[in-house]
Design a binder for this molecule. Structure first.
Ligand SMILES: *[C@@H]1O[C@H](CO)[C@@H](O)[C@H](O)[C@H]1NC(C)=O
Ligand SMILES: *[C@@H]1O[C@H](CO)[C@@H](O)[C@H](O)[C@H]1NC(C)=O
Ligand SMILES: *[C@@H]1O[C@H](CO)[C@@H](O)[C@H](O)[C@H]1NC(C)=O
Ligand SMILES: *[C@@H]1O[C@H](CO)[C@@H](O)[C@H](O)[C@H]1NC(C)=O
Ligand SMILES: *[C@@H]1O[C@H](CO)[C@@H](O)[C@H](O)[C@H]1NC(C)=O
Length: 307
């Protein structure tokens, strides 16, 4: 039996080769395009998951915050709070005086006020600090001393082996030294069982297991939950809505942090984290979708931009 193909079969084969070539070319082009434009592939909350609403006001337990030194307790309660984000959207807002007039002012990590007072004010009632930011916070004692709030609070969050009571590392010793030295500052770390509750909350609100989905919670997540616990009314400064970065690229670049004008772009940081699969990533956009839902349950308003 001959193996020669008829003319028809040959052109059929050619057509298949051409088709495969075109598809491959398109795939390669599409792939390289993605690298340049950063595809918006959202983390996606689990579809069809029914949100079992957690009453965050009841969720709060006094034992969730462990004093780093002495026997202080986490007593901060406020009627009105200003939650000042670290986003460059706060720049140029001239909201400083309004923020300073608010009963309690909440900030995150090492975000400085010195030099930015006109836009973000100069008071700090509570600072929520990630384990990874401790060194940077400690390096700026002027930010939590000699400021108008004479008895500020700091809440440190992080893995229990780093900041927990039984941690023996440098980080915990540093936190201890700081809270001994500055006795006016009430320092707390989030207890291990409370850390697990933060994970559980993420799971209930997004339908995704934090660890299995390779997600890291952000300081923004901790800060928002704590703010809901301690404040009746919250006004957020500088947080973009969840849809903000889904728009066409080409919108103005905005630094991720107001105090790092040459730092990474906010939307690039959000989108890359949101679509990150390998390794652990922050789900900044998913978190904001949850915040939008919470804003309907608790009195949370957003300004600069408003949403
Ligand atoms: C613990 O608190 C009590 C009163 O609440 C106080 O008398 C005592 O001095 C405190 N101890 C320490 C080590 O701060
Ligand atoms: C900073 O704090 C002082 C009070 O210590 C206040 O008089 C001043 O208006 C504040 N500055 C700004 C820009 O908010
Ligand atoms: C510490 O607190 C006391 C009483 O609340 C206050 O009088 C004092 O000025 C504060 N010290 C500092 C450095 O803020
Ligand atoms: C909600 O909070 C804002 C300030 O953040 C306040 O002006 C407003 O009165 C509050 N609304 C209610 C219903 O408490
Ligand atoms: C994710 O966000 C962090 C900031 O918390 C940033 O340092 C990191 O570069 C981001 N990752 C990507 C892949 O953009």
């Amino acid at each position: 039996m001959g193996l020669r193909l008829s003319k028809g079969q040959q052109s059929h084969r050619l057509a298949i080769f051409v088709a495969i070539f075109i598809v491959m070319t398109l795939l390669i082009l599409y792939g390289s395009n993605n690298v340049n434009e950063v595809p918006y592939a959202p983390f996606h909350m689990a579809i069809h998951h029914t949100v079992k609403t957690t009453d965050l006001k009841r969720w709060f337990g006094k034992d969730g915050y462990v004093p780093v030194y002495g026997n202080k307790s986490m007593t901060l309660r406020c009627h009105n709070c200003a939650l000042v984000t670290s986003s460059s959207h706060v720049l140029g807002t001239r909201a400083g005086e309004e923020i300073d007039r608010t009963e309690c002012v909440i900030r995150m990590n090492d975000a400085p006020t010195l030099g930015y007072e006109a836009d973000i004010g100069n008071r700090t009632s509570l600072r929520v600090v990630a384990h990874s930011s401790v060194f940077r916070v400690v390096r700026r004692p002027n930010e939590f001393l000699h400021r108008p709030d004479s008895n500020p609070f700091i809440i440190f969050w992080g893995p229990p082996n780093k900041i927990g009571k039984d941690a023996k590392g440098t980080l915990y010793r540093l936190i201890q030294r700081v809270s001994m030295m500055y006795s006016n500052v009430s320092c707390f770390s989030i207890a291990q069982n409370k850390m697990r509750k933060f994970d559980g909350l993420f799971h209930r609100e997004t339908g995704r297991d934090r660890q299995k989905s390779h997600s890291w919670l952000s300081t923004g997540w901790f800060t928002m939950v704590i703010a809901i616990e301690i404040c009746d009314n919250i006004k957020v400064y500088g947080m973009v809505p969840p849809s903000h970065c889904g728009k066409k690229p080409g919108s103005k670049k905005m630094p991720y942090h107001y105090y790092k004008p040459r730092g990474p772009d906010e939307c690039v940081t959000y989108i890359q984290n949101e679509s990150g699969r390998r390794g652990n990533h922050h789900r900044f956009i998913t978190e904001k979708q949850v915040f939008a839902r919470w804003a309907k349950l608790y009195n949370i308003t957003f300004s600069h931009p408003t949403w």
